[in-house]
Structure formats: structure tokens, C-alpha cells
Design a protein. Sequence first.
Length: 257
Amino acid sequence: MADKIEVSGFRHFFRTEIGSVQATGTIDLSIKAGEFVTLVGPSGCGKTTLLKAIAGFLTPSEGNILCDGIPVRGPGRERGVVFQELAILPWRTVRRNIGHGLEIARVPKAEREATVARLIGLMGLGGFEDRYPHELSGGMRQRVAVARTWAADPEVILMDEPFAAVDAMTRLTLQEELGRLCAATRKTVFFITHSVDEAVFLADRVLVMTRRPGTIKAELEIPRSASGGRDWDSFTSDPLMQKIAGDVMHLVHAERV
């Protein structure tokens, strides 16, 4: 597979009233087309800074970021972003929230409705199509946010702790649904999380960062089933998966201050 995202010599500094603060060390990484890569590391190590730079929301102090070999100079339709904070429109129903970007792009109605219906099915939103955000649980609203990003059909999905604000049981369900969605669409995904189990469960490859200024200290390949999917019962009963999760935990724990 070709590299979809290439990051080389990336370093970033923030200017503050007391001077320059180094957010990251030097980071080099690549993400192949169709690969699901997760990133874990201590709070404040620069994970979100790196994701925002890949998204085009900030310009790196040093280094280069390429998407399909083209320098990233700002946000682009080929890169969709899902943040922890919900970004859905309170005055639109589930169906119309998911189809919002397609309406803006003037996608024909029949094609738009087919795309929205497929994502409603994949994200477990059936029966809630005509509900408004205030009528939904936090987990359901986050499903809508994920589906809306996928509906725009970006080639790369960037996700910054999208499930951190929901309860533990809902989070497990969302992770399984995201796994199914990725298996069905084969998008390139870069996913930030503080949860080691979440990182290992979802990923083809896990990257571990050091404490600030963060660099990539390790990467671990995660074996996947032939179908590409996973479920939590299998994950928790698989000795190899539990060993990998333990290895990642050890790497992250070593970075505690």
C-alpha cells in the first residue's frame, strides 16, 4: 500500500506570554492507504497538536506533512475530522445532520439519501432518523458526528478522542461500530486516544509517544482477523491481544512524570 500521510521532521512550538513552548519533539511517521493507526501517550505530549497539523488547522514550526504526496497547507475535503467535542447542528434531525455536507456539495437527492441510509445502518442509528440532537443520548450524538464525517467521503479520517466523553458501556459499543464502519469503507484513519485497550482494539498499528515534548518512541503492529473486524468478547479472551495491550501499557506507563 502507498503512503497516504507522510510526516517528516515535524516539530512545533507555541508562542506564549513567557516565551516559546515546545509542544513536540521531532516526529516522523507514515500512514498507508486504508490503514487504521492509533496514537497513545501522556497528556500534553503533543498528540492533538500533531493531529491538528495533519488536518491543516495549524502550520508546523518545522518539517513537512504530505497527503498523497501533496503538501498540507490548510484544511481540505480529503481529510475529515472528528473531535471529542460534538459538532452537530441542534436544529437538524439525525438524517439531515448526516447529510449536511452532501447538501452543501449539491449531491443529488437520491445519492444523498442512499449514503445517509447506509451510514444510519452501519452506526446503529436506525429508528432515530427524525430525532433532534436534544432527544438523543451522548453516545447517539457522537454516532451522528462520526456518520456525518464519513458521509462527506474524505479519504482520511482524523479522530481526536471521539469517545472520551461517553460512559464505559457506550464506549465499547461505539468502538465495535467504528470497527465495522472501517471494515466496510476501508478509510485511512488516524485516531488519538488515552485508552490503551481502545488503541489496540481498533488499530492495525499503535504508535506510542513519549512525554512532552513528544516523539514516537515505539510502534506495534496489531494482527487482524481475515474479516478485518473485532468484538470485545474475542479481544478480551485472546491472549495475544492482551499481551500486546500489556506491552503498550508498559510503554505508556514508563512515560509517567
